[in-house]
Ligand binder design. Structure first.
Ligand code: PMV
Length: 307
């Protein structure tokens, strides 16, 4: 074993297309500069997880154990220490970042570097401990890091980095109310099963907004991208995955000058993303509504297929 060993992975923001992406439609996402770091050290006894946060949830420890097993590492005499810059449970991909960072750290400890497709497939399997069936977009962003990309689920997924014609000034805002992506995804699946044609049509409408948004990102047309944010939010509300506090934050962002605003991630509460040429002004307005905020300026990736 090469100890200590470290792995890092990024948080993410979904710009357009959450939920539709579970049903095979495209989505746009980007890695955040904020992320999560895992360090593996020697210890005694069963593999142990330590965190800078209090963990009253058995799932992170299960994830670490399953990651070790997946990499054929005996889960003992090791301690995995995790340090996260990401708020948990708001839709910024902290579970996937945990999965990918732990995989990288354990693989490094075993003297291995994981191939991209293996990392994505294992990351998705481990993320399922938190979210049940997921599209795999979060582990993809966690593994890719910065830059905007178009994602379609699959084994392996189709990941296309998008060259942004202009940097994207974003404000992400979130409150404290606990919510779970798995619950939002599961409730939507029950509604889809009851009314498939209607939901498939809504997913197609979201897909059209995503393609218009990808075009706007490439063209650096922030006004058009902002309209896509608002159209996507309206469709997410019709799908039943929005929430009153999300609507209130999106309205406050638009009032403060955002070109568009929408929920990001699983919804039913959680984070809102606003496209804001004056991000500090919008962030201040959202903090005045009681939210915590992150300001991110996304530079576009170089165009082409990801390896
Ligand atoms: O809440 P998050 O950050 O895990 O994002 C979930 C995105 C969904 O499209 C709702 C689910 C998925 O697996 O893609």
């Amino acid at each position: 074993m090469n100890l200590p060993a470290r792995g890092r992975a990024a948080g993410k923001v979904i710009l357009l297309g959450e939920h539709g992406v579970v049903y095979g439609r495209p989505a746009l996402a980007a890695g955040l500069a904020l992320g999560l770091e895992a360090e593996v050290r020697g210890g005694t006894g069963p593999l142990r997880l330590e965190s800078d946060r209090s963990i009253d949830d058995p799932r992170p420890a299960r994830l670490v154990e399953e990651a070790a097993t997946a990499l054929a590492i005996e889960p003992r005499d090791l301690v995995v220490r995790v340090r996260s810059e990401l708020p948990a449970g708001v839709g910024l991909g902290s579970s996937a970042a945990l999965a990918v960072a732990v995989l990288r750290a354990l693989a490094a400890a075993a003297g291995r570097t994981l191939a991209r497709d293996e990392e994505l497939a294992l990351g998705r399997r481990l993320e399922a401990i938190f979210h049940g069936q997921s599209s795999g977009i979060d582990p993809a962003a966690a593994a890719l890091g910065g830059g905007c990309f178009r994602f379609v689920r699959g084994e392996p997924p189709l990941i296309t980095p998008l060259a942004a014609g202009a940097p994207l000034p974003l404000v992400v805002a979130f409150g404290e109310r606990p919510r779970r992506t798995g619950a939002a995804v599961g409730a939507l699946r029950a509604r889809w099963e009851a009314e498939r044609t209607r939901h498939e049509r809504l997913f197609d409408e979201i897909a059209a907004v995503v393609e218009a948004g990808a075009h706007a990102v490439r063209a650096g047309d922030l006004a058009a991208l902002g309209r896509c944010f608002d159209e996507n939010q309206a469709l997410l509300a019709v799908l039943g995955v929005s929430a009153p506090e999300v609507e209130a934050l999106a309205r406050a962002a638009r009032r403060a000058g955002a070109l568009g605003a929408k929920l990001t991630g699983g919804g039913a509460g959680g984070a809102v993303v606003a496209l804001a040429p004056e991000p500090e002004r919008v962030a201040a307005a959202l903090r005045a509504e009681g939210a915590r905020t992150i300001v991110a300026r996304l530079e576009g990736a170089r165009e082409g297929r990801a390896a």
